[in-house]
Design a protein around this ligand. Structure first.
Ligand SMILES: Cc1cc2nc3c(=O)[nH]c(=O)nc-3n(C[C@H](O)[C@H](O)[C@H](O)COP(=O)(O)OP(=O)(O)OC[C@H]3O[C@@H](n4cnc5c(N)ncnc54)[C@H](O)[C@@H]3O)c2cc1C
Length: 354
């Protein structure tokens, strides 16, 4: 029997962050991941942005999670020897003089000041439709998620064990203080399985939210992300930009759709003055929750079975900080924030099979 500290199931953004936290603390781990081309983490544009939404409010816990993610991904680049983290300003054009004035006022507000790079009251970028100027935000950027997940995968292969196959639920033996999977014994198993159903946590409300993006080739050369209605984020190759994303709870079918492409192109044409050629389209399902907060905690009857999931539309910014929260809770008994603890759903959704 091989004895390790943890088994991690799933190596998307969630499982990768947990693996980094555990390996850098010297823990022994086995990761089991059946990689999928359309997993949320592989199709994400990787954007992180602390001021979002139609009303442009500071995102939940921005003052904590944004400084944390910066150190986390910079360190992940050091340990893996790969480049995937690209801090970059984000530009949001104004649509009216009122909006321009509102942001001029907000720029002195200590809540927003750390995130504002500059406010433009007249057009600033020739290829952006910004006749009223716009807001340039800092502490934004993008993570090349495919490169990140692949780099962490290579690092796990060197430092630990990776099984590139599905975990078979029926082969997992769960005891009070440990789990056994084939010839591996671990003190805990952590499910980071995104939207895929698993036997222990299928009672939790993880709602798949379909998203599609398009990749375009265009001569846009600025070193910024532009975001209003859609975002335009650098792709893997120079001259390629990812445009996203759609949000569709109704469409449960795998695959790309012409409707999504039309929606994205219409919004891109409203935002930008560019000629472009669409070269590909991608789709995936985000693991969302009704209250838009992640899911952390142990199974109601099996303390050795843990979940780390529900990162919805914000896996890039939330998984670094909350993987640290998870590990401090498992290793040092640091209480979980009630907003992320799965206890909040237990009384609503959990019924014991006994
Ligand atoms: C179109 C689109 C655009 C997005 N853009 C952004 C963005 O710009 N910024 C941002 O922050 N977020 C974005 N997201 C959301 C982000 O992708 C998710 O928050 C994040 O990827 C969730 O990661 P995860 O690891 O929980 O899940 P997943 O990425 O789904 O990873 C789960 C992994 O577990 C594996 N797995 C599951 N069950 C098993 C099993 N039984 N055995 C073995 N392996 C298993 C799967 O194969 C997969 O590899 C976007 C999502 C989509 C779909």
């Amino acid at each position: 029997m091989r004895i390790v500290d943890y088994i991690i199931v799933g190596q998307g953004l969630a499982g990768s962050a947990v693996a980094i936290q555990l390996l850098t603390r010297g823990k022994k781990i086995v990761v089991i991941d059946e990689s999928e081309n359309n997993s949320s983490s592989r199709v994400a544009a990787g954007l992180f942005n602390p001021v979002t939404g139609k009303k442009m409010v500071k995102t939940w816990m921005a003052d904590t999670v944004f400084p944390y993610l910066h150190n986390f991904y910079t360190n992940a680049e050091k340990i893996t020897g790969e480049k995937f983290f690209f801090p970059m300003p984000l530009y949001r054009p104004f649509v009216s003089v009122e909006e321009q004035n509102e942001w001029m006022g907000r720029s002195a507000d200590p809540l927003f000041a750390p995130y504002i790079e500059k406010i433009f009251s007249s057009p600033a970028f020739a290829q952006v439709k910004d006749s009223f100027g716009g807001l340039l935000l800092r502490q934004c950027g993008y993570l090349n998620t495919t490169r990140y997940v692949d780099a962490v995968r290579q690092w796990i292969l060197k430092e630990a064990t990776l099984l590139t196959e599905p975990l078979r639920d029926e082969e997992l033996i769960v005891k009070d203080d440990r789990v056994i999977y084939r010839d591996i014994e671990a003190s805990k198993i952590i499910f980071c399985n995104g939207t895929r159903i698993n036997a222990w946590f299928n009672w939790l409300p993880i709602r798949p939210l379909k998203g599609e993006t398009i990749l375009v080739r265009t001569a846009f050369e600025e070193n910024i992300i532009v975001n209003r209605g859609v975002y335009i984020v650098p792709g893997l190759q120079r001259g390629e930009w990812r445009i996203g994303a759609t949000y569709n709870f109704q469409d449960k079918a795998p695959g790309i759709t012409p409707e999504a492409r039309t929606e994205l192109e219409e919004k891109l044409n409203e935002l930008m003055n560019i000629q472009y050629q669409c070269i590909s389209q991608e789709w995936g399902f985000r693991p969302t929750t009704p209250d838009r907060r992640p899911l952390l905690g142990s199974h109601p009857e099996h303390p050795a079975v843990i979940i780390f999931n529900g990162f919805g539309t914000k896996g890039v910014s939330l998984t670094p900080y909350f993987s640290d929260v998870l590990i401090r809770w498992m290793e040092n008994d640091t209480p979980l924030n009630k907003l992320v603890d799965i206890e909040r759903y237990k009384s609503v959704y959990w019924t014991s099979p006994k």
